[in-house]
Design a protein around this ligand. Structure first.
Ligand code: NIG
Ligand code: FE
Length: 414
């Protein structure tokens, strides 16, 4: 495999030491950098880096050189929460939303997740794969190079398996690490509206055993929310998933203080995601723990719901990650550059904190921070090169505009 030497890097960003797997509290503001640098990629990994006054003396024969023209080099975005496998967008709900309907009202009117599930059930696996691959290509061009993807628009045995098989195909077809979360507990299908235990049994007795047998999921997710899955139902589902070794990454406190955080913690959740509705008890429950609070500011932006209280979480020494939540209902965008900007503008995170939340802590929320998420020797050479910028803050400051010039994945220019 060819080697790549990047020279004339204005600032090399995110030089966290080997073995540092997540950042919390005041550590989140620490983003070590090196000015006027070079970086060498070998065998798809970051082999070495240093300053331009001391270029490496012995270089591999098959070396390709790339002049960074004074741009920043950052670790690629690690997006730990997405729903990019869906059959069709939902612009009709966009219009309803503009006219004043809330997310809950749209769902109650037959829109929302059930609308996506109806379309998923009719679509072929190939069509779903092609549509998701297009979205993933767009995200990669915008700097994402590690991604978690959820099922949850199937809601039948066949359709949930179809979604998870599509995610497996994406894992096999793309050069970036992908993790799959099983989210059949996303909404109750209409037929089970008055028979919650019937649907929960379907998940526990039929879906989980097959998914585990085929190794189709890495994590268990539940939408723990009023009108969706209660705390008791979530507890039941997470208990069943644990028997198959599936740890939770759950949707908690999106629309209300639902108890989702506490039940996630009871089951050693890798992450509790959303947290737009947060009270002191939620912050206290997460304080000083290892469960990552994954905040999704694009969802707040699009739905017009409150933004999560990132400052209180950081203050309470909670590791905070930022992710896109890309899905057709609450966040029709997978652009992590915009997530970064919202992290700063709306969540009041400092640029360094937001970059760490979109990289190392995002990787940690997928248990990938030993292989990606920082510029560390031995990690994947997944990097972005920006235009020359006056400071790191220019990246989130220039919201809605891309500063990325070049994407490198596994040491290869894309
Ligand atoms: O994370 N809240 C649950 N799931 C998605 C939205 C799903 C949808 O509306 O299609 C979310 O926001
Ligand atoms: Fe989500």
């Amino acid at each position: 495999m060819a080697s790549l030497l990047i020279t004339h890097i204005g600032t090399l960003v995110g030089l966290h030491p080997e073995g540092l797997l997540m950042l919390r509290g005041t550590e989140m503001a620490q983003l070590p950098t090196l000015e006027n640098a070079w970086l060498l990629c070998e065998d798809g990994l970051i082999a070495d880096f240093g300053t331009m006054d001391a270029l490496p003396v012995s270089l591999p024969n098959d070396l390709e050189t790339l002049h960074a023209e004074g741009g920043y080099v950052l670790p690629s975005w690690c997006d730990s929460h997405s729903h990019i496998v869906f059959a069709a967008p939902r612009e009709e709900e966009f219009a309803m939303k503009i006219a004043g309907k809330t997310y809950e009202e749209i769902a109650a009117a037959g829109g929302g997740i059930l609308n996506s599930a109806a379309k998923m059930q009719l679509a072929t696996e190939d069509a779903i794969f092609e549509a998701a691959a297009l979205r993933l290509n767009d995200m990669i061009r915008q700097g994402t190079a590690a991604l978690e993807i959820k099922s949850g628009y199937g809601l039948t045995v066949a359709s949930e398996l179809k979604m998870l098989r599509v995610i497996r195909r994406l894992k096999e077809s793309f050069p970036i690490p992908i993790k799959a979360s099983f989210l059949a507990a996303h909404a109750f299908p209409t037929a089970y509206k008055n028979d919650h235990q019937g649907y929960i049994s379907l998940i526990i007795d039929q879906m989980l055993p097959q998914i585990a047998a085929e190794g189709l999921a890495d994590y268990m997710d539940v939408f723990c929310e009023q009108g969706f899955f209660s705390v008791e139902e979530t507890d039941q589902l997470l208990t069943a998933a644990a028997k198959y070794g599936l740890q939770p990454k759950i949707h908690a406190n999106q629309l209300s203080v639902s108890g989702g955080v506490q039940i996630g913690l009871k089951h050693q959740a890798i992450s509790v995601d959303h947290l737009e509705a947060t009270d002191e008890a939620v912050i206290a429950a997460l304080a000083n723990g290892n469960t990552i609070a994954t905040l999704l500011p694009s969802c707040s932006f699009y739905l017009g719901i409150p933004f999560a209280n990132a400052r209180a979480l950081i203050q309470a020494n909670v590791p905070v990650a930022l992710a896109s939540d890309y899905n057709p209902g609450s966040t029709p965008s997978g652009n992590m550059n915009f997530v970064l900007s919202l992290g700063c503008i709306k969540l009041k995170m400092m640029p360094e904190e937001a970059v760490n939340a979109c990289t190392l802590n995002g990787a940690a929320a997928m248990e990938l921070s030993d292989v990606t998420g920082s510029v560390t020797r031995g990690k994947k050479a997944n990097l972005m090169i920006t235009r020359a910028m006056t400071s790191l803050a220019f990246l989130p400051y220039s919201f809605g505009q891309s500063q990325i010039k070049t994407i490198i994945i596994n040491g290869k220019i894309q």
